[in-house]
Design a protein around this ligand. Sequence first.
Ligand code: FE2
Ligand code: FE2
Length: 159
Amino acid sequence: MNKSQIPAAQKEVLSLLLDDHKKVKKLFKEFEAEKDDAAKERLAQEACTELSVHAKIEEEIFYPFLRDQNPKAFGDLLDEALVEHASAKELIAQIQGSSMAEELYEAKVTVLNEYVQHHVTEEEDELFPKVIAQKIDLRDILTPLVQRKEELLGSTAVA
Ligand SMILES: [Fe+2]
Ligand SMILES: [Fe+2]
């Protein structure tokens, strides 16, 4: 999704979410390329933290706002998104509770990456274009999203 083509009413919020997606994708890429176990583990844990925070701000603020604006247009997409988040969160919890020393650690990170890619593609190709098409003005939720994100990243209990 090209940020420069997003209308003003959606630009900042969708850009924030797109930047999160990009950051996580990058961390997974680095994880794949990294050879050192300790560094790999750090990258995986960072991806898990970023994903937890991102999922949380979507679930607490972004998704409910859309559902409220137009339940008919967004209901099904958001229900699917929540189910996808739930699967990802389960895997995140497993990864956060283990280490590279465990046999399936790398496989879990790989599968999480696949889940996330699928989910992010749906958001960027279906949900976000629909938000734009429906002319949903997101400007009121920008500050709450930014503040909640900072709050979650600043605390240790992000899972
Ligand atoms: Fe999401
Ligand atoms: Fe997202």
